[in-house]
Every structure is written in structure tokens, then in C-alpha cells.
Design a protein around this ligand. Sequence first.
Ligand SMILES: Cc1ncc(COP(=O)(O)O)c(C=O)c1O
Length: 369
Amino acid sequence: MKYKVPFVGYKLQYQNLKNEIDEAIKRVLSQGDLILREDVENFEKKLADFVGTEYAVALNSGTDALFLSLKATGIGKGDEVITVSHSFIASIAAIVQSGATPILVEVEEDFLMDMDKVEEAITPKTKAIIPVHLNGRACDMEKLMAISERHNLIVIEDAAQALGAKFNEKKVGSFGLTGCFSFYPAKVLGCFGDGGAITTNSLEIAEKIRLLRDHGQKTKTEIICYGWNSRLDNLQAAMLNVKLKYLPEWIKRRREIAKIYNEGLAEIQKIKLSPSPDSNSEHFDVFQNYVLRAEKRDKLFKYLKENGVETLIKDPVPNHWQKGLGLFHFKLPYTEQLAKEVISLPMYPELTEEQVKYTINSIRNFYSN
Ligand SMILES: Cc1ncc(COP(=O)(O)O)c(C=O)c1O
């Protein structure tokens, strides 16, 4: 089906950057620079610079950024790690795959980790907290870092959805021991495939993760430890280097679109909006996603589809209610309620004013009928 307002703008973004991207591909392929070459190193430097950390290590995904962060700190069997259920499953899966036990807590009205609940969930087994900066909005990192210091806990930031987001002027990914980023195509900065990275101020952790991503190989002939293959392709890094230049501009545009959505939808009583982009706020949101809480959510989804607007209901079932994950013992009424109400509208810099207004009008029409 061809939508008037598609949910993602992959093709448009490529068309806009075609010359530069094609040039980068041609250069990398003709040089034969494919694995852990200069483009990866350049990207790591630029990413660390952008986030405001000493180091960045490029990886094959955001999932591995979380998993290898846990592995690098030695977290595993018998340890507890606190995170939220209201996230992409990777935040929880990385904990389980490390051998540790996930402890899931509630979120607040802005869909982010409830810091009071974090403190209540701490036990003698707790080793780390994974706050998730969901939808491009930073968690309250002042509160979280204070909790982690009081209880001597490691903080691994799941910043997969929030490259460029800030809390009190400081970028996500620069608060915790590591920041974990995803470059899945739909992200604010996306690869043409999969990709991820960690950021950190710890040389020890950066070096450990460099080893873990490449089977523990320090040099071609020296293996220090067992690891995994979790490298970012040089080709993807070359394309990310092209795109990273445009990120500030893209974030600005996402915030503009969010403002138009917020203003255009403000009158509708039956929906609850995302927090508005506000320059006085301690949160600087990058609007990875624009999410609503909507009455009659499933009917709204269908109506928008019929009218050419592609939206997404990502988690109609909360993660802790998914069969096969063994998480049914968590009781998280607010998270469970959100699963019935949340819907994501199209959000990417290439959206036209006309498309945003069309989406707003379609939602207005749905609720006025
Ligand atoms: C909050 C969150 N954490 C982790 C991930 C995992 O990233 P990736 O898909 O690159 O493995 C994602 C990706 O969608 C995410 O949204």
C-alpha cells in the first residue's frame, strides 16, 4: 500500500544524500577497506566528540552495545540489573543474555523510568541500572546518578533512541559507565543496515569492549580473552560519517515537527500528547519517536491507515506479558495501561509541512466523528 504519509523516510533520506553516500560507498569498495578500517576509527572519534565522552567503540548493534557493556563489567549469574519493561525488548534481553536477572520497574507519565521505584527495587544483589532514554527523551539523570552513587551501582545508559538528547545540557551517553547507541535505520542517526556503539570515559572499559567485539584479539596473533564478533562494518561507518554532519539539523527539524503536532493536536481531549519541545526545560528531546496516548487507539490506527497515514503500535502487549520470556511475575499496572494506549505517528526530518498537517487533520476528523 502506498501511504500519503509513510512511517519512515529511508528512501527520501538517501535521495537527499545520494551523491555523498554513493561517493563514500565507491571509495570504500574500491579501496577494499571493509573491516575495522579508518572509517570506523573516524566515526568513533566523531561520535565521542558529539556525545562528549573520551571514547566511543563502534559495534554491530545497540543490542550488543548493552550486552557487551554488561560483559565488560563482569555482571552475570546471581546479579540483578534494574530496567523498565516499557522499552524495546533489547534492554531486557541483554541482561538475560549476560546471565543476570532483570528487575523491571514502572515508568512515569513521560514514559521514562520512575526513579522512586528504582530505589525501592534495589537489593543486595543489584549491580547495575539500565535507564532507557525512550523516544529520544533523557531520563532524569541527576536523580539516577545520585541513586547509583548512594548504592554504588553501575549505570549503563540505553541511549539507543536518543543520540543528541540532553539532560541539563549534558548529552545522554555521557552520564553512565557506558552509553549504548543503535544505528538501526529508523534511528535519529541510522545505518543502511544494522549498527551500534558504546560511549564511555573509561579507557579500561573502551579497551575491554574493543577486545570483546573482535573475539578477544589484541593483535592478529594475540588473543586476550573469549569474545564475540560484534564489529561495525567499515562501509556502514563511512556512511554514518556522511550522515553525522547532518544530525544537528535533523534534530532541529524533528523538534519543529513535534511542535507542530503538539499545537495541532492540543485541543483534542481524547489524546494525551508527548511533552512539548521547550527550550527552558531540563530535557532537550530529539524526538526519535512522536508518541501519543489515545482513546480508542486501535480504531484510530485503522482509521489513519485507511486515510493514508502509516502509524505504529509497537508494543500492544507489554514485554513482561510476552509468552516465553518468564517475566509474568512483574506487576506494572501503568506500563500495562500504556500498552493499550500508545501509538507512534510518522516522525522524520523529511516529512513535509503538508504531511504533518494532513496527519493532524486526520486525527481531528477521527475524534470529531
Ligand atoms: C530502547 C532500545 N534499546 C535497544 C535497542 C537495540 O538496538 P539494535 O536494534 O541496534 O540492536 C533498540 C533498537 O531498536 C531500542 O529502541
